[in-house]
Design a protein around this ligand. Structure first.
Ligand code: UD1
Length: 419
């Protein structure tokens, strides 16, 4: 097992390129199931969640080739095994995204229930109810979802709660359904728009992209295409926070500031000087200590839950008090006890953390728990005095491509070492 060893206290300075979006690549890879011919996906990040997706697709009969560092050729046009096994699904909850495409294309699917995870119970009821409305017959037994249909039929679907992957699953299912599907109270995350644009290029007829009401006119078949996934806004924001927490100055390139308003507003509030270009963002702290900011997570376009842990780390060393409220996942606070071990003054009450900024953190031996919590520990380690060691780095590798290499480019003292 690998661990990261960080000597903290160095202001990060320089420029780095952001990778393609994980949360965009995953649904698009699953959308390859819908196509009658292969797809080529550019700008895909090399992450363990991508490898898990490819292993899952292979186990069902897909073939794929990594053509260059970030270009993937995927042929899922003929699946031979319509089952997503527990062993792979348990390692990545987004595997539930096989369900909509398999059902739409083959009229049949057996998918393991993903189960809970470190950040909450994370049920899939919204996915299943909406697929039933589209005409699927669904049974859950022995830990598996058994779904079948004689043909999905377009209908009106109103989500009682906003869900990113449920919206994606239903969009994909509806592309091959008969007639019109209208989804209201759809999630509006940029990664959903990216999926819709890719599906339209494949021949789907989706309108209302980027809004909470989507209309999907079913088509008979979809074709493989070449598509480039959008930049990863969470990775971009994480490196901007790395610059802020170390009082440095960093430019992130190959990104899209247009989809990062909520995060950029908060970075301005902490006192950072922010400059944006079409594809890049520069954050300069001008050596100043950040000011504390209150955070409330919500659905897009509001502040993303995937940046809550990183901003909590930032608040620990900021000037003043802050309140961080997590409204999306009930248990997304695994980083709190670890940050407290570094000297942070944090009090957790229900879904709220009260943070009193301290002058500095001290390095400690830490355990990574989930993806974004782990990122917050790396950020805290970069700012802390002394050595921080972070175990279970595999959580980070799910969502951050070569994190230590990118941080080294910015002057961080960080090494990946084997136990
Ligand atoms: C996606 C993102 C994840 C992000 C999250 C919220 C991907 C692969 N993952 O996860 O990075 O943190 O959106 O922005 O894109 N819920 C139900 N029933 C359901 C589905 C969801 O109750 O059937 C609840 C969840 O437990 C949670 C809330 O709805 O409390 C939102 O979750 P959801 O948007 O579905 O998150 P994911 O799509 O799993």
């Amino acid at each position: 097992m690998y661990k990261l060893v960080i000597q903290g206290g160095k202001p990060l300075k320089g420029t780095l390129k952001v990778s393609g979006s994980k949360n965009s690549s995953l649904p698009i890879l699953f959308a390859s199931i819908l196509a009658d011919t292969p797809i080529t996906l550019n700008n895909t990040p090399q992450l363990s969640d991508i490898s898990t997706t490819l292993r899952l697709l292979s186990s069902m009969g897909s073939e794929w080739i990594l053509e260059s560092d970030s270009s993937l050729f995927v042929d899922s046009s003929t699946l031979t095994n319509l089952t997503a096994d527990y062993d792979l699904v348990k390692t990545m909850r987004a595997s539930i995204l096989v369900l909509g495409p398999m059902l739409a294309k083959y009229g049949k699917a057996k998918v393991s229930l993903p189960g809970g995870c470190a950040i909450g119970t994370r049920p899939v009821n919204l996915h299943l109810q909406a697929l039933e409305k589209l005409g699927a017959n669904i049974e859950v037994r022995n830990g598996y979802i058994y779904a079948k249909t004689k043909g999905l039929i377009g209908t009106e679907i109103h989500f009682e709660q906003i869900s990113v992957t449920a919206t994606e699953n239903i969009i994909m299912a509806a592309t091959l359904a008969k007639g019109l599907t209208t989804i209201s109270n759809a999630a509006q995350e940029p990664e959903i728009s990216d999926l819709c644009q890719c599906l339209n290029k494949m021949g789907a007829k989706i309108t209302g992209i980027g809004t909470s009401v989507l209309n999907i006119k079913g088509v008979k078949n979809l074709n493989g295409i070449q598509y480039s996934v959008c930049p990863d806004r969470i990775e971009s924001a994480t490196y901007l926070v790395a610059a802020a927490i170390t009082r440095g100055a960093v430019t992130v390139k190959n990104t899209n500031p247009q989809v990062m308003h909520a995060v950029l507003e908060k970075l301005i509030e902490i006192g950072a000087n922010i400059k944006t270009d079409k594809n890049s963002i520069t954050l300069d702290m001008e050596g100043k200590r950040p000011k504390a900011v209150n955070i409330k997570t919500s659905t897009y376009p509001n502040f993303p839950t995937d940046m809550q842990a990183q901003f909590t780390a930032l608040n620990t060393i900021a000037e003043g008090h802050s309140v961080i409220t997590e409204n999306i996942f009930e248990n997304r606070f695994m980083h709190i006890p670890e940050l407290i071990r570094m000297g942070a003054d944090l009090t957790l009450e229900g879904n709220t953390v009260v943070c009193k900024g301290v002058k500095s953190l001290t390095g400690a031996h830490l355990m990574a728990t989930d993806l974004r919590a782990s990122a917050s520990l790396v950020l805290a380690g970069l700012a802390a005095k002394g050595t921080t060691t972070i175990e279970r780095v595999y959580h980070l590798d799910r969502g951050y491509e070569t994190i230590e290499e990118k941080l080294k480019l910015l002057g961080a003292d960080i090494e990946r070492v084997q136990d």
